[in-house]
Design a protein around this ligand. Sequence first.
Ligand SMILES: O=C(O)CCC(=O)C(=O)O
Ligand SMILES: [Fe+2]
Length: 406
Amino acid sequence: MVTTATDPPSIDNSKSRVEILANSGIKSIPKEYVRPQEELTSIGDIFDEEKREDGPQIPTIDLKDISSEDQIVREKCIEGLVEAAKEWGVMHIVNHGIPDNLIDRVKEAGKGFFELPIEEKEIHANDQATGKIQGYGSKLANNASGQLEWEDYFFHLIFPEEKRDLSIWPTKPANYTEVTSEYARQLRGLATKIFSALSVGLGLEEGRLEKEVGGLEELLLQMKINYYPKCPQPELALGVEAHTDISALTFILHNMVPGLQLFHEGKWVTAKCVPNSIIMHIGDTIEILSNGKYKSILHRGLVNKEKVRISWAVFCEPPKEKIILKPLGELVSEDEPALFPPRTFAQHIHHKLFKKAQEDLASPNEIHEQEDRSINQSTKQGDPSFNQATKHEDPSINQATKIQVN
Ligand SMILES: O=C(O)CCC(=O)C(=O)O
Ligand SMILES: [Fe+2]
């Protein structure tokens, strides 16, 4: 690429925090954050997008009756959840049973951590080079294009309790550990109810999906607090690039600033901010076990000029090596063959990363003729390994962040 006087400046990203960049007063963002040309056409103003009432909207599912003693009432509730999981793979859940007051305290605690001076946050920095993936971090450029995302994050395992490494958890605010741990316990209980409903929706025994993803002992809950600073050129960047989550389920809270978009039927749909709701995604793991009946939807995060956005994603994921993920036998037949090959969770991650690397090689940032990635990905549903990847070794690539391949 020929560099011209108008090209955005480059950065030394060895340890750059997006927050520092955002607060430095720059008017244009470094080129590493600028999305490929063909992707830019789909990035609009998130506040305008959130107001749109035309077109499909992400379903809101009321879980009030999920454990009702009345079988008919309970089945009706489960039916709504199952339908949303099949049609969208993402939903706002309300009446989920986790007290609003606890959620408020979780958000206050996470926000409090990010409001600390950078030096205090750096005490909790991760070190991806040495495999220390938990802690405070930012995405490092890991491909030829050097593409980066407009966010910093805090990533840590929050359940089961004996697997936590409390030594890296924020010590300020003082109640961080207490409220985050309580939230983890309650979310784990909610996950059981959801797995149960999703099992019933497939004609399986209630406990089946939960058992298949590791049960109480092996299913890991990993929290990633995404901190998206204000961006001077939000029309050029993404907070989180398009990906599907590799998890079984993902639960997301946010600070009521819009940003999340879902790729549904060929279009980006913006998630509205629904009070007292939790956003829940079906991840790749459940898509695989259900042989594609439940969808792991492509999504991304936009940023804006006016407000910092924070989201709390909790990825519920199976152990890396202990379980082979493949479509459940009951869901496979001559008419409905297995859509996914058997893979451990680790193999699934590597496969996604490999695909992503191949895509990046084939279409580096500079190549303007490349097709729109979002479309590219979504049309490859037949081979889910083509969708996104994510990774855990680099939480910025984690379920989250990352990988566009699948
Ligand atoms: O910030 C959000 O709303 C979504 C973040 C996300 O997709 C992720 O962390 O996997
Ligand atoms: Fe995600």
